[in-house]
Design a protein around this ligand. Structure first.
Ligand code: ADP
Length: 421
């Protein structure tokens, strides 16, 4: 584009110059002829006009050819540069036609997909994609058909040698040339490292649970046997040990849940539960804190006797984490609404509080790992920042959605919608 602009301005300047020279030359020659030859001869004037005009055309076209040659050279240089970048780039690139069939590809793409040019041309690659999110492949397919670009979407891709690789795929649509440029960044190594990390965390936390459970059990025994004899100081020490051991256990359980969710090893077992009874036991878990903070907890169970089929561990993680947060992030005398409303095909669980809320500018990071809002840290409430990440992943495993509405210093409402099988 830049080349074209500079050529155009050069051409305008040159034309103006030549017309100027031509007009001056024509004027001088006509004047000379008028003075020294036959004054006002139409023939002379016509001959001079044709002569100078021919010189001008010859001069102009020779310059034009030169400009054209220069232009062609620049286009050739750009094409060579583009072809070198495309072919030699370490990032795998492919171009697809409107049917999604490969029309060109670079060396890195051939290496990534374990193939050669003869095999890959004319093949579709979208049908080689897989994703833990069932909709992701059909969304990508839809965007390809509708000529819509997309960026950095993770897929597992089956190579032509039937190997599985993880890629981050982007597609840029060039409507002028009816082309789709696809880049596939190989993420396999990073995924393997992530997986190894999660597996290590799962193993380590699993191993830590046994000794911690033993410590807790022995502290409990000590408390019971020393109930009559222990001094206030000793009771205080034992309480501190119990509290910290519980914290450690909660942390370990969170780490274990995260690694199981990330390694995809969270085996689901579907059971039938009475939701009202189940949520009442969850309320019981937090009864002590509710009483201490004098919270007005308002349960809403509609219909009162609803039976659903669900994975109880995931259902527990979701409801318990949300209620625990509501209790944790309200001041004394607050109100918490906790309950469900069922329709024919869904159960909608709501946990609403009028507590400290979440600052608007931090809401987008709410479901990321280790996120803790600035006001929560000031509120001195303990936490790991893993709970909501685990909740969101769990909701997704159950095929549901989670929505949040929060205003700082006014309160927070979480709404979970789960499909009823
Ligand atoms: P944490 O262990 O810190 O509670 P979570 O992942 O459960 O971790 O929550 C992440 C952050 O979201 C919290 O630290 C807090 O800042 C904010 N948060 C979650 N629930 C609420 C709520 N009901 N009211 C206000 N802030 C909340």
């Amino acid at each position: 584009m830049e080349v074209m602009v500079s050529n155009q301005s050069t051409r305008v300047l040159r034309t103006a110059l030549i017309i100027g020279v031509f007009t001056t030359l024509f004027g001088i020659l006509t004047a000379l002829v008028n003075v020294f030859l036959i004054p006002y001869s139409l023939l002379w004037q016509t001959l001079i006009f044709i002569g100078t005009f021919t010189i001008y055309i010859l001069f102009y076209s020779s310059g034009d050819e030169q400009l054209q040659r220069e232009h062609d050279k620049q286009i050739h240089a750009s094409r060579t540069l583009y072809a070198t970048l495309y072919n030699q780039s370490p990032v795998p690139y492919l171009t697809l036609d409107e049917k999604g069939q490969v029309t060109t590809c670079n060396q890195a793409a051939l290496r990534l997909l374990d193939t050669d040019t003869e095999t890959i041309f004319g093949k579709t690659i979208i049908d080689r994609l897989q994703s833990p999110d069932d909709n992701a492949v059909s969304i990508a397919m839809g965007k390809l058909e509708a000529n819509v670009s997309f960026f950095d979407t993770e897929f597992e891709i089956a190579t032509f040698a039937d190997q599985k690789r993880w890629v981050s795929m982007s597609m840029f649509v060039n409507e002028t040339f009816n082309q789709r440029l696809v880049s596939l960044v190989d993420m396999t190594h990073r995924k393997q490292v992530d997986m190894a990390k999660s597996e290590f965390v799962a193993l380590a936390t699993h191993q830590l649970r046994t000794p911690i459970a033993a410590i807790r059990w022995n502290v409990e025994l000590l408390e019971r046997t020393m109930r009559e004899t222990s001094s206030d100081k000793q009771k205080n020490y034992l309480e501190k040990i119990t509290r910290n051991v519980s914290r450690m256990l909660a942390l370990i359980n969170d780490f274990l849940s995260v690694s199981k969710l990330e390694t995809g090893t969270f085996a689901t077992t579907i059971e039938t539960i009475n939701v009202r009874e189940y949520l009442t036991t969850i309320i019981d878990e937090y009864q002590q804190a509710v009483t201490e903070k004098q919270i007005n907890l308002v349960p809403t169970f509609e219909p009162a006797d609803l039976m659903i089929n669900t994975d109880t561990r995931l259902f527990h993680i979701i409801t318990s984490n949300l209620l625990s947060n509501a209790v944790k992030y309200v001041q004394n005398n607050a109100t918490i609404q906790f309950g469900y409303v069922a329709t024919a095909s869904t159960i909608v669980i709501t946990v609403a509080d009028n507590g400290i809320g979440i600052p608007a500018e931090q809401l987008e990071r709410l479901f990321t790992k280790f996120f803790r809002a600035s006001n929560a840290q000031l509120h001195r409430a303990e936490g790991t920042g893993l709970g909501l990440y685990i909740v969101k992943e769990s909701v997704e495993i159950l095929g549901g959605t989670i929505q949040v509405n929060s205003v700082e210093n006014e309160g927070t409402t979480f709404v979970i919608t789960l499909p009823l099988a």
